[in-house]
Design a protein around this ligand. Structure first.
Ligand SMILES: Nc1ncnc2c1ncn2[C@@H]1O[C@H](COP(=O)(O)OP(=O)(O)OP(=O)(O)O)[C@@H](O)[C@H]1O
Length: 202
């Protein structure tokens, strides 16, 4: 995925002022930044949901996007969500979705309505919906919010296996404490993304 000179303003607020990134296949990368730094805006531009004012974004292959807010409908079951996305992605089987449900330990909720799921289980479903078509480029916005420690560790092993299969994974977070798990880390600050190594306590 190549991002060149992306600019975005909301009225007078210049949020992105020339963001450039180059991430190859098989890379697990992170973008950190303070609240309001523009991380979600950048991800929305990368997935095509928001238009940049200028600059270019190029990527090859299937794209997966897990937004910060869950995209779920309280009245539908987990199974109904999976079927809906299976059709939307044009998948012949649910094999990958089933694998992910096993890996994230929520297969037992398949027939449950989303309204009764805990926040962490909703997030597991949100993540599964973004991953079930085996994307080659995966954009994750604060993907482990609400996860307990075991699930958090499982998330990183899923992300690591995707990287090993050649997927380009970009994780956005306001915390840099996952730095050791990443191949590349950028800090979004003053509208630009710079390579970053957190210091002590950072
Ligand atoms: N649709 C919009 N209209 C106007 N301003 C917006 C819009 N979306 C975002 N902003 C502003 O752009 C700035 C960046 O927001 P963004 O959500 O991208 O930040 P973030 O780094 O993801 O923050 P957080 O860590 O709090 O999730 C903020 O000042 C926000 O108020």
């Amino acid at each position: 995925m190549r991002v060149s000179g992306v600019h975005k303003s909301y009225g007078a607020r210049r949020v992105l002022r020339g963001v450039s990134l180059a991430l190859g296949p098989g890379t697990l990368a992170g973008v950190v930044g303070e609240n309001g730094a523009g991380k979600t805006t950048l991800l929305r531009i990368l997935c095509g949901q928001t238009a940049a004012d200028s600059g270019a974004v190029e990527h090859r292959g299937r794209l997966g996007y897990c937004p910060q807010e869950t995209v779920l409908n309280d009245f539908l079951t987990v199974e109904q969500h999976l079927r809906y996305f299976q059709v939307a992605y044009g998948l012949s089987s649910m094999r990958r979705a089933e694998e992910l449900m096993e890996e994230l330990h929520f297969s037992g909720y398949r027939q449950s309505r989303v309204a009764v799921l805990s926040g962490g289980t909703r997030q597991k479903l949100n993540l599964t919906l973004a991953l079930m078509h085996d994307p080659q480029v995966l954009l994750l916005d604060e993907p482990y919010q609400g996860f307990d420690w075991e699930t958090y560790l499982r998330f990183w092993s899923v992300a690591g296996r995707l990287r090993d299969r050649g997927c380009c994974v970009l994780v956005v977070s306001h915390l840099a404490w996952d730095a050791d798990r990443l191949d590349a880390l950028y800090r979004l600050h003053d509208g630009v993304a710079a390579p970053w190594r957190p210091g002590r306590g950072g």
